[in-house]
Ligand binder design. Structure first.
Ligand code: SAM
Length: 286
């Protein structure tokens, strides 16, 4: 497959290859053939990727490519690609660039007209969402929380009224502190799902209110180990709450018209029930 592409294009191709997040059987057939065929593999940790490659009997040489050398290495990689070599980018686990190195390299390839081909596979955030039982039609992925409590609380404040499901990666050493901040900022009743050790022997999903989750994780040291995706149900708007603009219109109109008429007109403009607006007007003393 790669040889055919080489004949067609002068430059090589960068393949962004997802690898398993625990269970090695989750590697795809396509990932295996590409890892076996490219000229070399850029790996976040060559020892870690070396173990994966040995498991699948792949001999392709590996080059270290991590956060600390990404900027400088990206230019060298692009030179190799321009020379016609094919290259695969992998991270320690899951999909490269998703809280893993690779952005600068992909960006430089795109601006240098080098073909970039994704080879999809595992990603902890998507794996967690797929089985959490929270709404998935809209989700907000935030990566890791800031390590310090003040910054973490600010992140939570900023997302307090986000209605999409929130998805975070979290370190097991900080999970208790993070849950404590969630209870403080989002309240004890916000629904959480904790997904731990996905695809591995001790895979765990727990769905609880923020306060119950904090107590449960605190009281069971096993829940403070391994790898964690923490999901937070989005902010639920009060179905009876009236839009701010409708409230303002009601208030303005009622200065000129009897409340009954102001409520009827506002209801017509915003397609709301006039009784609700009339009741609100009485409550507000309009
Ligand atoms: N690129 C990866 C991906 O596609 O998910 C994420 C890399 S990020 C540096 C590592 C974090 O992902 C872990 O700290 C954890 O929060 C989450 N993670 C990775 N593997 C996981 C697993 N098997 N179970 C739960 N969370 C996992």
């Amino acid at each position: 497959m790669i040889k055919e592409q080489r004949m067609m294009a002068e430059h090589g191709t960068l393949y962004v290859v997802a690898t398993p997040i625990g269970n090695l059987a989750d590697i795809t057939q396509r990932a295996l053939s590409i890892l076996g065929e490219v000229d070399f593999i850029c790996a976040e940790d060559t020892r870690n990727t070396g173990r994966l490659l040995r498991h699948f009997d792949i001999q392709t040489p590996c080059i270290a490519f991590h956060d600390h050398n990404e900027q400088q290495k990206a230019a060298t990689m692009v030179e190799r690609l321009i020379d016609g070599q094919n290259l695969a980018l992998v991270s320690d686990a899951g999909t490269p660039l998703i809280n893993d190195p690779g952005y600068r390299l992909v960006n430089l390839c795109r601006s240098s007209n080098i073909k970039v081909v994704p080879v999809p596979g595992a990603c902890a955030a998507i794996t967690a969402l797929s089985a959490a039982g929270l709404p998935t039609d809209r989700f907000h992925y935030e990566g890791f929380f800031p390590p310090k409590s003040n910054a973490r609380k600010q992140t939570l404040e900023d997302l307090k009224e986000q209605t999409a499901t929130l998805v975070f990666y979290e370190s097991p050493h900080r999970i208790v502190d993070t849950l404590t901040d969630i209870v403080d900022v989002l309240g004890k009743d916000r629904q959480l799902v904790l997904a731990r050790e996905l695809t591995k022997t001790f895979e765990t999903f727990a769905s609880k209110s923020a306060a119950d989750m904090l107590e449960w994780v605190k009281s069971d040291a096993d829940q403070q180990k391994g790898e964690i995706v923490l999901m937070i149900a989005g902010f639920a708007k009060d179905p009876d709450a009236l839009p701010l603009q409708a409230r303002q219109t009601l208030s303005l109109l009622s200065q000129e018209l009897p409340l009954k008429k102001a409520a009827a007109l506002t209801a017509q403009i915003y397609q709301l029930k006039k009784n609700m607006l009339y009741k609100l007007g009485l409550e507000l003393g309009l």
